[in-house]
Write a protein that binds this ligand. Structure first.
Ligand code: NAP
Ligand code: G4F
Length: 348
């Protein structure tokens, strides 16, 4: 007997995680629907390889225009698609930018989650549709304990972090009030070759590769001493799916349990590129030299009004209950990112 394919709906499908989650779900034989925003330039580069022409029979990958700030579009898509699983990955996801556009960030990152939850409830899909909310270690902000787990209190340090705390609690609220199958993933930083170019790992890899081949002279960074627990996006999207396959909905920290400073990340990439280097100076005058020339310098513009100095996750609950495992360490991640960047540069 043929089993019916599961249907998933992804908000934020054009982003780093949306693209990997799409691939993951398609491999599991899902029909994947995704919401894209109208943009004056193409915003689908991460999912172009998955695209299926609307005239294709029995499509498995279907895109819809919509926006998480538009309640009616959110609601009508959910009514039309009636998915078994909804993944809310849509966000203004840049912490520094959230200080520049705080109200917009709240609208997308906080109320966006509410709009989806309310649409599930309004269309009486509580028993049919499971919901995943893309929460973040930024909610821990000025951490009150180390490492951070599901019980660690939140102390967000940016409009982004504050908005995500709202989304976290409203997800729990709908779970408890309406018996909705709704889970929060509390994901620590996760990276890949598809990471947006203004996040620090991708910015470092991209600039140092270009410096290596003589296409760029200098990389400017902000705080070199913040510590992050960096994992691989491919590993982390699997955890999102695993949460929705459990019998009961719950919240889970997803992290590697290892942390490094931004400066260490720079050093790892330089070593991977076989570039000799030496750091000299202090504070804003700290510089990294290669062959007698400074290649990394500090620019105050990249400091934030408030910083999250340290993040380190304890994901033992996810390991125990979801049987989730980390497959990629930081050096393998850097390898993947550097290889992709160098291939791009060769193609250029
Ligand atoms: P990303 O690459 O910035 O992708 C964000 C996605 O959200 C994009 O598809 C973007 O569309 C979409 N989006 C933004 N505003 C929207 C709106 N108003 N309506 C509909 N879609 C909208 O982020 P990511 O790294 O994949 O992260 C996925 C989610 O996990 C985000 O919610 C992020 O906050 C959260 N998170 C990420 C990390 C991490 O380290 N990557 C860690 C913890 C939590 P466009 O392509 O059109 O801009
Ligand atoms: O790469 P980042 O911009 O990531 P951040 O702020 O940790 O946020 C990312 O991870 C969160 C999970 O914890 C997600 F929720 C969020 O959506 C996003 O994906 O910055 C990492 C660190 C920060 O301490 C920042 O101050 O790197 C420091 N940094 C130093 N120089 C820089 C730079 N960050 C950026 N983006 N650019 C710099 O030049």
């Amino acid at each position: 007997m043929k089993t019916k394919k599961k249907i998933a709906l992804i908000f934020g499908i054009t982003g780093q995680d949306g693209s990997y989650l799409s691939e993951f779900l398609l491999n599991k034989n899902y029909i994947v629907h995704g919401v894209i925003r109208r943009s004056s330039s193409f915003n689908t580069s991460r999912i172009n390889h998955l695209y299926q022409d609307p005239h294709t029979k029995s499509r498995k990958f279907i895109l819809h225009y919509g926006d998480i700030t538009d309640a009616i579009s959110v609601s009508s898509l959910i009514k039309k698609i009636q998915p078994q699983e909804i993944y809310n990955l849509a966000a203004q996801s840049h912490v520094a930018v959230s200080f520049e556009v705080p109200e917009y960030t709240a609208n997308v990152d906080a109320i966006g989650a509410l709009r989806i939850l309310e649409a599930i409830r309004f269309h009486k899909l509580e028993k049919k549709t499971k919901f995943y909310q893309a929460g973040t270690s930024e909610m821990f902000g000025k951490v009150v304990e180390t490492p951070q787990n599901e019980k660690t209190p939140f102390y967000p340090r940016s409009p982004y972090g504050v908005a995500k705390v709202y989304a976290h609690w409203v997800t729990i609220n709908y779970r408890e009030a309406y018996n909705l199958f709704a889970c929060n993933g509390i994901l620590f930083n996760h990276e890949s070759e598809r990471r947006g170019g203004t996040f620090v790992t991708k910015k470092i890899v991209s600039a140092l590769c270009r410096i290596k081949v003589g296409k760029k002279k200098k990389l400017y960074l902000g705080n070199l001493y913040s510590k992050r627990d960096w994992g691989s996006a491919k590993d982390f999207v699997e955890a999102m799916w695993k949460m929705l396959q459990k019998k009961k909905p719950d919240d889970y920290v997803i992290a590697t349990g290892k942390q490094f400073t931004v400066k260490q990340f720079v050093n790892f990439v330089l070593k991977r590129l076989k570039m000799n280097f030496k750091w000299r100076g202090k504070g804003l005058n700290e510089k990294c030299y290669h062959k007698g020339k400074s290649i990394v310098e500090i620019d105050k513009a990249y400091f934030r009004p408030l910083e999250v100095n340290t993040l380190l996750g304890d994901s033992s609950k996810a390991k125990r209950q979801l049987n989730w495992k980390i497959k990629t360490n930081i050096h393998q991640l850097i390898d993947e990112m550097v290889n992709k960047e160098m291939a791009h540069l060769r193609d250029d």
